[in-house]
Design a protein around this ligand. Structure first.
Ligand code: SAM
Length: 275
């Protein structure tokens, strides 16, 4: 990734990009799977990019990581004790599951270098991998599930967008193997992109899950550094999807009202998934 006059830009299209002025480029490495860059930005702290797309920044990562973990946690009809994270090599999702008191967390990340980079530049996320409740496996999440015999109360797909190594994670076949690995009343959540800029990613996840799970819902969150700042997550389960009613400990973004409101979809998003 070449910096142009100290700006890192994520290109959304030929005509559109989001730019961060950066103090320094801390790393640029090409792995077997992707290109990883780390920048020190002026306004968002350190930024991790994969193949030119923002994965996280120190300033707003809390929104994504709270929303991909706490929403399924509080929607599960029984208090969850175990979780499988597919992707998530930065450690942020594992950190949040630890905060929620989960007893067993398995994290399957395809690219060991994402973990190494995070250990070096984002220790407040990657330190979760040193906790004895977390098992880190380096491998493809879809392949892992083919061999897996364990059951998990929550499975989250904290992956890159549905191109390259993450493409398999958005298909019906994958959701079928997720279903086998879920315990009774288990829940899957996948990040499903920006409904505004990436409607096909959301449709892919929603339609794929619909073929496999009895109940599928979409929720959204405000994530300033992701395309359009408006992000979707798609959730599936064979059990009814409604909040368990436990008292909700607020995070920095998440609270009881957010849990309720996140499922209220703007009409264009509703039409996207109903069409
Ligand atoms: N928060 C992020 C976002 O939505 O932009 C996702 C962050 S996390 C760093 C994404 C991770 O998914 C990457 O480290 C990537 O290597 C991993 N990944 C992609 N495809 C995968 C696969 N098939 N199995 C396991 N991990 C995968």
């Amino acid at each position: 990734m070449r910096l142009i006059e100290n700006w890192f830009s994520e290109r959304y299209s030929e005509n559109l990009q989001l730019s961060f002025r950066v103090m320094d480029q801390l790393l640029s490495v090409k792995t077997d799977f992707q290109r990883i860059d780390v920048f020190e930005t002026y306004d968002f702290g350190k930024l991790l990019s994969i193949d030119g797309t923002v994965q996280l920044t120190e300033k707003d990562e809390f929104v994504y990581h709270e929303m991909i973990t706490r929403v399924p946690y509080f929607m599960a009809s029984r208090k969850p004790r175990s979780a499988l994270i597919i992707g998530g090599g930065d450690g942020g999702a594992a950190r949040e599951f630890l905060k929620l008191g989960l007893e067993r967390i398995t994290n399957v990340e395809i690219d060991s270098q994402v973990v190494e980079v995070s250990r070096k530049f984002f220790p407040s996320l990657a330190s979760s991998f040193s906790d004895s409740r977390v098992t880190l496996i380096i491998g493809d999440g879809a392949e892992f599930l083919k061999e897996n015999r364990d059951k998990f109360d929550i499975i989250i797909v904290d992956s890159t967008d549905p191109v390259g190594p993450a493409e398999v994670l958005f298909h019906k076949e994958f959701y079928n193997s997720v279903k086998k690995a879920l315990s009774k009343d288990g829940i899957i959540v996948t990040q499903s992109g920006s409904p505004f800029y990436q409607p096909n990613g959301l449709k892919l996840a929603y339609n794929g899950m619909k073929e496999v799970f009895r109940n599928v819902s979409v929720y959204t969150a405000f994530i300033p550094t992701y395309p359009s700042g408006f992000w979707s997550f798609t959730m599936g389960s064979d059990s009814p999807l409604s909040a368990r009613g436990d008292e909700v400990d607020p995070g920095k973004y998440f609270n009881a009202r957010v849990l309720e409101g996140a499922f209220s979809l703007p009409q264009f998003v509703y039409e996207l998934i109903s069409g």
